[in-house]
Design a protein around this ligand. Structure first.
Ligand code: NAD
Ligand code: ZN
Length: 381
């Protein structure tokens, strides 16, 4: 089959690999119809995720058709069209029983933190991903969700990660009716977090980024206010001025470590040590939220990242919440929002490219060229 083949930092290409096979009676094989590139893939692409092995296939956001199932699979049949949450999870361990699918123990027992994630290095379980023609899906009775006939394929694709992650980011903010919510990052995750903040009752939503085309998009898509951080001297003061000097009720980090680093690098022209990452957004969020407020973090930081400005967080009595999203938990509610016409998730897709052009697609998305918000890869066949 044709699949993304990781060759080293900034080097991915599409090449032939053996087709995946059923390895366990719980497995299914899915023929991929569409897959996305995510901001999280950029951390792999930039070489920031430990134990990313040459030859692996990325891709944790995909939809496709079931073409083979193991002997014990009950809930799926060949021919079913499914969306597959980015978490690989068993459904029965301590964490899955508490709907913490992002922390599943059985799909990544070596790790102390994250569970299994498709196409996300051996740090996240060593599963190959869906930027390919075919992918092996373990625990096939648990993760994959049949795509209802009335759901657009590309809306289903957005339900594999970006929309539920944005939603969970807003949910972890504990938003109360009328709250002022500031979202850092106008990538797909931040865009969905902004929209979700309204769905959860926010009274005011402000999104921060420096890419004008993304700020334009989110103003339209989520009817929010925006801040271009290039034009702000002191973020906390700026946000306090906007909120009668109280600060925001909730701040949400949809940037993470590496993206903050690359943005600053572009701004300052100074080559930053990307591994160390940048705490810019954490500082901004902790300093811009009001006393007793909540900071919710879904932006990804390296496992050893330790630059949290904890002193201010303690003194302000903040609630800090963070996690990998547990996609499956949110699906019924988010499908209802789509059906009710509250949101059209596929609108964040800006580019549709053949899998053969995966190298160009990564370059485009990483460099934020050509108005790119969310690129989709289409495998042959
Ligand atoms: P993206 O790269 O498309 O978007 C990141 C955005 O942040 C960009 O628009 C960039 O300009 C902006 N940015 C950079 N520095 C900033 C700053 N200092 N202040 C405000 N904005 C800044 O990525 P994405 O797909 O939207 O993902 C965003 C983050 O969410 C990534 O870190 C990704 O790894 C993470 N993520 C987490 C989960 C989870 O389950 N926790 C799931 C998906 C993605
Ligand atoms: Zn993702």
């Amino acid at each position: 089959m044709l699949a993304l083949n990781y060759r080293g930092p900034y080097r991915v290409r599409a090449s032939q690999k053996p087709d995946p096979v059923i390895e366990h009676p719980n497995d299914a094989i899915v023929q991929v119809l569409r897959s996305c590139i995510c901001g999280s893939d950029l951390h792999l692409y930039h070489g920031l995720v430990p134990d990313t092995r040459v030859g692996t296939t990325f891709g944790h956001e995909f939809v496709g058709t079931v073409v083979d199932i193991g002997d014990s699979v009950q809930n799926l049949q060949r021919g079913d069209r499914v969306l597959v949450p980015f978490n690989v999870f068993c459904g029965s361990c301590y964490f899955c029983q508490r709907e913490l699918y992002g922390n599943c123990h059985n799909t990544n027992p070596q790790a102390t933190a994250v569970g299994g994630i498709y196409g996300y290095s051996h740090t996240a379980g060593g599963f190959d991903g869906g930027q390919a023609q075919f992918v092996r899906v373990p625990f096939a009775d648990v993760g994959p969700t049949k795509i209802p006939d009335d759901l657009l394929l590309e809306d289903a694709l957005m339900l594999t990660d970006a929309f539920p992650t944005g939603y969970q980011a807003a949910e972890m903010g504990g938003i109360r009716e009328g709250d002022t919510v500031v979202v850092f990052g106008a990538g797909p995750v931040g865009i969905f977090a902004a929209k979700s903040a309204w769905l959860l009752g926010a009274g005011r939503v402000i999104v921060v980024d420096h890419l004008e085309y993304r700020l334009d998009f989110v103003r339209n898509f989520a009817q929010c206010e925006t801040i271009d951080f290039k034009s702000v001297d002191d973020m906390a003061i700026h946000i306090k001025k906007m909120t009668d000097w109280l600060g925001a009720d909730v701040c949400i980090d949809c940037v993470g470590c590496e993206a903050a680093g690359s943005a600053l690098q572009r701004l300052t022209g100074v080559k930053l040590k990307m591994q160390a990452g940048s705490a810019t957004v954490l500082h901004w969020a902790i300093n811009s939220v009001r006393k007793g407020g909540t900071v919710s973090i879904v932006g990804v930081y390296g496992p050893t990242f330790n630059a949290v400005p904890i002193g201010n967080a303690v003194n302000k009595g903040l609630t800090l919440r963070m996690n990998q999203a547990s996609v499956k938990r949110h699906l019924p509610r988010l499908m209802e929002h789509i059906r009710a016409g509250h949101i059209e998730p596929h609108k964040v897709i800006t580019h549709r490219m053949p899998l053969e052009e995966v190298s160009d697609a990564y370059h485009l998305f990483s460099s934020k060229l050509d108005g790119c918000i969310k690129p989709v890869l289409i495998p042959p066949g």
